[in-house]
Design a protein around this ligand. Sequence first.
Ligand code: ARG
Length: 460
Amino acid sequence: MALWGGRFSTGPDEAFKQFNDSLPFDYQLAEQDIIGSVAWAGALKQVDVLNQQEYDDLVAALNTLLDEVKANPQAVAVAGHEDIHSYVESALINKVGDLAKKLHTGRSRNDQVATDFRLWCRDTADHILDAIADLKAEFIALAERELGTILPGYTHLQRAQPVLFSHWCMAYVEMLERDESRLTDAKKRMNFCPLGSGALAGTAYPIDRQTLAEGLGFTAATRNSLDAVSDRDFVVELLSCASISMIHLSRMAEDLIFYNSGEAGFVELSDGVTSGSSLMPQKKNPDALELIRGKTGRVFGAFSAMMMTLKALPLAYNKDMQEDKEGLFDAMPTWLACIHMAQACIKGIKVNAEKTLAAAKGGHSNATELADYLVAKGIPFREGHHIVGTLVQMAITEGNNLEDLSLEQFKSVHSIFESDVYPVLEIDACIKARQALGGTSLEQVTSAIDNAKKSANKDV
Ligand code: ARG
């Protein structure tokens, strides 16, 4: 039964009904709709629309309904009502009869859905924050496990300078901390309560909206009814947080896909997150990581779809806004699953420290050290850069590393070279030199790990 039949002489066409109904997806707001309804019943009691007995009966029925929808959410999806609000009202009528018809006094589905959706977003954000904290902890554990492992650092996918493998881990911890902080910030802004804004103009009952808001765990009531029912910034922000975080996860996935490749062989993913080929028996494919990379597009798709849906929408509520749900209902569990899967990949990873070290030693990635050596001897950096370039050429021609050139060869390019050049070219020296804040020296990376652990403990 529709909530609005009185003005109509016929019901909706079947095709229109299917097109218009949101219950097949907004059934996911059942718990929030009921919790919001309990709070609204309290507001109606406060303004004497409900007496104590009516309030008690309604709340008891709503709580029973809450247990029912929790036990079988899928049954709600196929109940055939227009949306979750119609479903809850009609289920309540079945339980307490005409009394249930009082509950919609002074309320509109417009402020109702805006409230339900904010409650859902708030709960979901909390789940995501927990998952990000776990993933961060996993990266920190890997950084501690592999402390001392040397990895070639890349720019342009060319070996550039050696770094500690743990420095790579901690780079992702930094990204995850920003993801956390962005989401925490978005959560603060979404935590305002639209209930009591009516359809668009506010409610005609003298409801104490601040108490209503606080009862539902909101910071405060929204301040403008037109804005409150038509604002979906919180959806956009959540999808934007999700998209940025997915970009980070996709970069991690891509790094590891490359490290795990036969060509690099730097890491081996666990059997638990890889799959085989139906044809080629030797294959062990990094599917989990490829799916994380792939799903990034899907999450960003939801974000851009939401932006387009809202563009130029006139105030206040328009049915276009019902399109806010499916994208978010898909993107949030996708994001959560990707965080969990990233954690599983990091947990089971085996690093081949011999291979990473050998690769870090190749590619002339100590060339910068050589330039710095010349700088220490008083040669301007730009000139040193040129001299080292000539030496790299020489080493490439010989198929050797820089440290394999003889002192005569060094001297043939510039007389300033002495035998003290060799210790500078050692890989440990390259790492050790990066002592300034944020560098890859063991001291810096260890203190980054300590700080991350301290701030993780503070968050708990
Ligand atoms: N299902 C609707 C939505 O999600 C609920 C609000 C309906 N409001 C209205 N004025 N028709 O947007």
